[in-house]
Design a protein around this ligand. Structure first.
Ligand SMILES: [Zn+2]
Length: 204
């Protein structure tokens, strides 16, 4: 995840369009990018085209919500990713035997896709709800779980103190991060010293 510095925050749809693209590239203008997107960033045909695709939930709908609706301009979604521009321009591409149009393109950044030649899904997440959710995970406590291990539950008296243990579960990246003393967050409270005059006292 990239968090942009002040002055570079994504606040307009024009800025979103500069970073994220969601249409099949022009084959004549950008043949290499066209090939990369064809290879890596077209959602596998699902729904009516293939009911058995891995993304199908209960054989009814795609869990990734493909195919998307056509959209003439990028719109900021209501507590969701932006609805990226993918126009009905008649361009389609044959992927695994099915003709797929702009509605099946996984959002990408042209520079990153062309540079790394692999599947890179780029999304803009700048709504207030998204940011609150992300920072909640930075500041909240470690994950905990209560559990008991009993060979035969019926024969044992339930002693809450001995039966339950509060344990802390951490994955390898967290000890590594702490061992190397990396910052846990890079946000600091803004503190101003106020110039107050109190008789016979210095600045507070
Ligand atoms: Zn799908």
């Amino acid at each position: 995840m990239l968090i942009f510095n002040y002055g570079h925050k994504i606040s307009s749809v024009a800025h979103v369009d500069k970073i994220v693209s969601c249409e099949i590239p022009d084959e004549n203008k950008y043949p290499y990018l066209y090939y990369v997107i064809f290879k890596h960033n077209m959602h596998s045909s699902c729904r009516d085209l293939n009911q058995k695709n891995a993304c199908m939930e209960a054989n009814k709908c795609c869990k990734n919500k493909y195919p998307k609706d056509y959209c003439n301009t990028t719109i900021f979604g209501d507590n969701s990713y932006p609805l990226y521009k993918h126009r009905d321009n008649g361009i389609s591409i044959k992927v695994r035997g099915q003709m797929l149009d702009n509605r099946w393109v996984v959002p990408y950044n042209p520079y990153l896709s062309a540079k790394f030649d692999c599947h890179i899904n780029v999304e803009v997440c700048s709504s207030i709800k998204t940011v609150k959710n992300l920072y909640k995970y930075v500041y909240k406590e470690h994950n905990r779980i209560n559990f008991s291990v009993d060979a035969n539950e019926r024969e044992k008296e339930i002693d809450e103190i001995s039966a339950y243990q509060s344990v802390r579960w951490i994955s390898p990246p967290e000890p590594m991060w702490r061992i190397f003393s990396f910052n846990l967050a890079e946000i600091y409270l803004t503190v101003y010293s106020l110039q107050l005059y109190i008789e016979n006292h210095h600045q507070v």
